[in-house]
Structure formats: C-alpha cells, structure tokens
Ligand binder design. Sequence first.
Ligand SMILES: Cc1ncc(COP(=O)(O)O)c(C=O)c1O
Length: 363
Amino acid sequence: MTRSVPPMLSTAELRSRIARVPRTTLAHLPTPFEFLPRFSQAISPNGPRVWIKRDDCTGLLFGGNKARHNEFLIADALAQGADLVVWGAGVQSNNCRQTAAACAKVGLDIHLVLGRGKPADGPDIVQGNLLLDHIVGASIEIVEESVGPDLDQKISDVAARFRATGRKVYLWERPVVLPLAALSYALCLAEIVEQSAASGFEPAAVYVSSAGSTGAGVALGAAALGCRFPVKSIAPMTWPWDSQVEMSATANRAAELAGIDTRLAPDDILFITEQLAPGYGQPSDAGLAALTLLARTEGILVEPTYTAKALAGLIADVRVGLFNAGNDCNGQSTDVVFLHTGGTPAIFAEAEMLSERIARKVL
Ligand SMILES: Cc1ncc(COP(=O)(O)O)c(C=O)c1O
C-alpha cells in the first residue's frame, strides 16, 4: 500500500485545520530552533549542519513533548466535564510529570498509577520526575505492573474505582489520547518547516525519539505539507504490537479529527530500532556518548532513555555518510534536524549510573 497523495497544505492551512480541534494553551511556542556548530563539527567535520528543535523548552515543569500533547488532551478532558485525570506510566515518567503540571495549571485533580515493574524504573526513589509529581500535587499510587498492556489494565481498574465513587474521570486510553497528541506534533513539524525555511534550508531529515504519537504526528505533518525529507522515529522501546501499524493508524485518526485528507500506510512510518539495545530504560554506550558530546559542545542536555538514543541514531547516520552532499532527499541540503523531546529531569534519578559511566574531564 502506498500513501495516497491529496493536495499538499501550506503551514497556515495545516494550522487552520487543526484549529478545529479544542486546545488549551499550556506550552511556550514556538520553541527555539538552533544551529549546533560545535556538535556538527565534532561528529563529522565535513558532514551536515545539525540543528536542534528545542522542545525541551516547552515549559510546563521543565519542558518536553507532553506540554504540546496536553494542550489537546486537557482540552478534551475539560470538554468532557472531567474533575479527575487518571494517568499512568513508569515511575520516572516524563509524561506523568508534565500531565500533573498541566492539571495543576487548569485546576484538575490527577491520580497517577506508576508502574515499578521492569522495564520501567526499578526503585522508586523520590527524585527526578517522581519528586516533581509529588511537588505539583499529584495523588500517586505505585504498582508492580510493567509499562504496557498490564499497566494499561491496572490504570483502567483504578479509573473504574474512582468512577464508582462518583468522580468524572478522564482516562489515559491509547486510542483516544494518541491521535490528539499526534496533532500537536503535526503542528511542531510546521514550526520546523517554517524555521528551517527562515534559516534558508529544507531539512535532509528529522530525527525524533518516539514509539507513539510524537513520531506519528511529525510524520503526518510532513506528509500533509508535502515534505520530501524522511522523519525518523528512533525507538526508545517496542510494544507487543507493531508500532508502524499503530503509529500510522494514530496519524490517520488525527488527520480525520482535523479534516486533513492525508493518510499514511504503516511503511510510511520510519521506525528505527537499532538504538534500542540493551532495552527500554537501559542506557546504551552510543546514547551516553551522544549525551556527553552534546553537553560538552553545546551545553544542552539529553537523557539516556529517549533523547540520547535518538541523537545516537542521528550521529550514526551522519557518520556513515548518509548526508554527504548529493546523498540527501533533494540532492542539495546538508542540514539535519534533531527534535529534542525533553525528559531531562529523569537524569537526577540516574545520578549513580551517570556518575559511573560518564567520563570525567580532568585538565
Ligand atoms: C523525553 C521523551 N521523548 C520521547 C518520548 C516518546 O514519546 P511517544 O513515544 O509517546 O511519541 C517520550 C515518552 O514518554 C519522552 O518522555
């Protein structure tokens, strides 16, 4: 199956379609778009220029992709008259931290069901995201289930428990939240297209950490705008189901919600699993090298679980010469974009591992 090709939209048209869907302002937008001169030089002196889209600067309790997602999800919760959000993921979830902050901002109660089971987080040290969840006033329940279908079932059970007491619960359910969240990343892609055009180039590729709505939304935005460059979703995890199938279905449902004619086939999602080892939530040598290099050349932080692995994917492609002049999608551009999706508070729960594995600089 190939992608059907409806007339391409302008960024303004894409925005006006998505404006049909209710949205609550939460994020600092547009996020900055910056050239990384020392990082580009360090990974390949004659390679592409690397740019960064700073979605670690979206605000809402230390930034990240869930500030954008929540603009649509919280609007949906408010439209449904919810008085309680029941959400859940791993103990150090970035998603839960920013969702708890969003609830604080609009005055909704939130109950978090945080899974301690592998491959999530191990000990529930009150640090990083979990500390912030507490401070921002989330009610927290730590359970033994692992992130995935078991935890999803647990979250629905907890939601049912609250419903039985008369609460109007907005529940984290993948088929509902994923397409709404994806819309926010179609908009992010529009920002990237405008910001790169203002800097005089069309990207040769966009890299993002995702196994879900973020990559689905960026891919939808790129297809709807008729972009020629690939969007590479670098997998931080795999699910028990086929991510290309789920992400394309997410993009297509998002498109339907906004009245966009573009449709994606599973193969339109470039889902790259090469950086995943040794597994979800477990740091890789390449990721830690990417983290250290970005910090030491540009003073910008990524974290081991998501963004460091995505950056390692970009570095690997640059180093095999994928973006040498003439090798890219339009034969000219040698600019690649890393979409930084945040997550940095998680590093404080990993201080021991990082202090052991990050080489110390001694002069
Ligand atoms: C920092 C960060 N980046 C990327 C992602 C991936 O987002 P998704 O797979 O939901 O698109 C997450 C998910 O929690 C995250 O916390």
